[in-house]
Write a protein that binds this ligand. Structure first.
Ligand SMILES: C[S@@+](CC[C@H](N)C(=O)[O-])C[C@H]1O[C@@H](n2cnc3c(N)ncnc32)[C@H](O)[C@@H]1O
Length: 418
């Protein structure tokens, strides 16, 4: 879906499979990943071990498990994976791909993994850059702790990535972080993105710095044309427990008001992370945000994922069945305000818990049917009977270990969800 395996197979000499890698390993399968911007390489060892490796474009300066000049290699570190075997497999794979790059030459290798502009979903056209480590909030569920390896905070590496990834086919860019608006280099990155003709130049932010009108104006002048604002609750006690001092909530709301004044220049997208503490708050947040900014174009409802700091707060993760009624109320409010509501694919919810008639607003529906299970997720046995199983990316393994398997009901074709 994201990458066409054919140019990769041509450039890296993998048209004929199985292809031996040495050390007893072979590549036995090559497919486009059905969920993320990656290729799936199925590796098999003569002794029977199997590893699923992921090949993605490498960003200069970002760390990864194994790499070549152009590719980042990883595998799903699931509980049942033999890590020693996987590390061995990835090292053999990296050696073979590096040799192929030497033969193909830089020019050809750099064009082997390009974003498919015809891709069915918008997901893979967006380059996401986490540009800094500073943040003024202390979200207990934060998916990007200060030490996160996903942060690329070197100025030259970021400018270089903007150029290279635009050439590779990315059309949109999201600057995020920790809190990207605290990075004094952000206007430079925005200007570079505009010069490179990225179409959507998005800043994902808690919006607090936009309480100062001049901060917002400067970013719009530099090229930001979309702001994605995190706003999880209006309840000051819940805000304090989840995010930090409630005066920051006032700042986000003031920032939203300033964004409304610049509605001609910048589109606004709101994100709510749903936890057990704010699960019922979405309708109120949607109503207030739409009052302040009548031209909100999108709201994302994202059930908290157990990643980063969130992995230490499993008690805050809503159980899947508990999502259906709050989602129904949120969809009703959003419809009355004429705002589009979406549930994203990774930090999202399974299709089986969506209220009837809202399934198409869950990005899981866009997954190409097939092997869709995502990293750190699993499917309880009853999912084998579900009509959505071929598209489902699974439930967080950490949550299932805590709750047990009885948290979802399979949807049969004859009985769509309530
Ligand atoms: C780490 S934040 C960085 C940007 C900015 N500081 C903000 O608050 O929006 C990145 C995005 O992930 C969301 N997020 C953070 N932790 C999450 C989690 N555990 N599960 C789902 N979404 C999460 C945030 O709401 C935000 O949209």
């Amino acid at each position: 879906m994201a990458y066409d395996p054919a140019p990769f197979a041509d450039a890296y000499g993998l048209r004929e499979l199985p292809a031996p890698l040495g050390g007893g390993w072979s590549i036995v399968g090559l497919d486009s990943d059905r969920v993320r911007a990656a290729l799936d390489l199925r590796l098999a060892h003569a002794d029977g071990h199997r590893v699923l490796a992921f090949v993605e474009r490498r960003l200069e300066g970002a760390r990864c498990f194994a790499e070549t000049s152009h590719l980042a290699l990883s595998y799903y570190a699931e509980a049942d994976v033999d890590h020693a075997a996987a590390a061995d497999a990835l090292r053999s794979l990296a050696r073979r791909l590096r040799e192929a790059e030497r033969e193909a030459g830089d020019e050809r290798a750099s064009r082997a993994l390009v974003v498919d502009p015809e891709s069915a979903t918008g997901r893979v056209r967006t380059l996401e850059l986490r540009i800094n480590r500073e943040c003024n909030e202390t979200c207990v569920f934060c998916n990007t702790p200060e030490g996160s390896e996903t942060i690329l905070d070197d100025r030259e590496a970021i400018l270089d990535a903007l150029t290279r990834e635009r050439e590779a086919g990315y059309r949109d860019v999201t600057f995020t972080g920790r809190e990207p608006t605290l990075d004094p280099a952000l206007p430079d990155y925005l200007r570079a993105a505009r010069q490179l003709r990225y179409e959507t130049v998005r800043v994902q932010t808690n919006g607090t710095t936009f309480a100062r009108r001049e901060v917002l104006d400067a970013l719009i002048d530099a090229g930001m044309n979309t702001a994605e604002i995190s706003l999880h609750t209006l309840d000051r006690a819940a805000f304090r427990s989840l995010v930090g001092p409630p005066r920051l909530l006032d700042k986000t709301l003031a920032g939203l008001a300033h964004l409304a004044e610049r509605a001609e220049d910048v589109r606004v997208h709101l994100t709510l992370v749903l936890t057990t503490l704010n699960l019922a708050h979405a309708p109120e947040v949607i109503a207030r945000a739409a009052d302040i900014h009548p031209r909100l174009f999108l709201i994302t409802l994202s059930p908290m994922a157990p990643v980063g700091d969130g992995a230490g707060h499993l008690d805050l993760i809503p159980r899947p069945r508990a999502l259906t009624e709050p989602l129904r109320a949120a969809f009703l409010e959003a419809r009355s305000r004429r705002v589009m509501l979406r549930v994203p694919v990774r930090c999202g919810a399974p299709l089986c818990v969506m209220p009837a008639g809202t399934e198409r607003f869950n990005a899981e529906i866009d997954n190409a049917p097939g092997r869709t299970l995502e990293a750190s997720k699993a499917k309880p046995p009853q999912c084998a009977r579900c009509v959505y199983e071929p598209r489902c990316s699974g439930l967080w393994r950490a949550s299932l270990e805590r709750w047990g398997d009885d948290v979802v009901d399979p949807v049969s074709p004859a009985a769509p969800p309530a």
